[in-house]
Design a protein around this ligand. Sequence first.
Ligand code: BTN
Length: 244
Amino acid sequence: IGRNYLHFESISSTNDYAKEIAPSAADGTAIVAEEQTSGRGRMGRYWVSNKGQGIWMSIILKPNLSPNEAVKLTQVAAVAVIETIKEIADIRSGIKWPNDIVINSKKVCGILTEMNGEIDRVNFIVIGIGINVNVQNFPEDLCGKATSLSIETGKILDRKPLTASILNNFEKYYRVFLIDGFSSIRNLCKEYSLTLNKDVKVIINNNECIGRAVDIDDDGNLIVVFKNGEKKTIASGDVSVRGL
Ligand code: BTN
């Protein structure tokens, strides 16, 4: 992973570019930009990606996986990012299931996994990782909700070793995942989870239901027990889960 490495001063979105070149790109190609002019988050949201302030990166993967399996790579990437943040910035972060990395209740990293292919096999997967590294100020609407490694450590961090560490950690867990499946990293996901054993609001078909997140299963799904005692398996992407 990252052996093929493309670096841009400025790009619209590394995920968009990755999807464009993916059909002919080598498996494991990494695309990194100093700045994104239309960085994208989940659910069509905008992702602030100012010059030199973060890691704005996409990884192209071409494994033999179904889309259902491929979505779990978001959590594989999350584990890799958490371990990198611990290694390099020496701070503990956690996963807000399934794809936000949070420090002190504020989001420091988001992961956007996109794919293209058939129902039984993907052609390619793009894992987009955005980490706020040296951001000092966020737009008003993100104040109180977002943070950066620099704000949390009080230091300016070099982005190169961070990027290298994420690629290495991701490669390590990606290999394990391909060989042994999600169950092999399930315990780490549970250990790092900030959602487990908390009350969550799940939005299913526009209905808000409140329940308690009790487990992450072998497929990476969140198990939620609702007030009426009903237990539901929540797959990422199906629903929006919020802490209370
Ligand atoms: C989210 O939490 O909503 C996901 C944010 C993902 C942001 C990254 S930055 C690199 C890649 N390119 C994009 O346009 N988005 C992802």
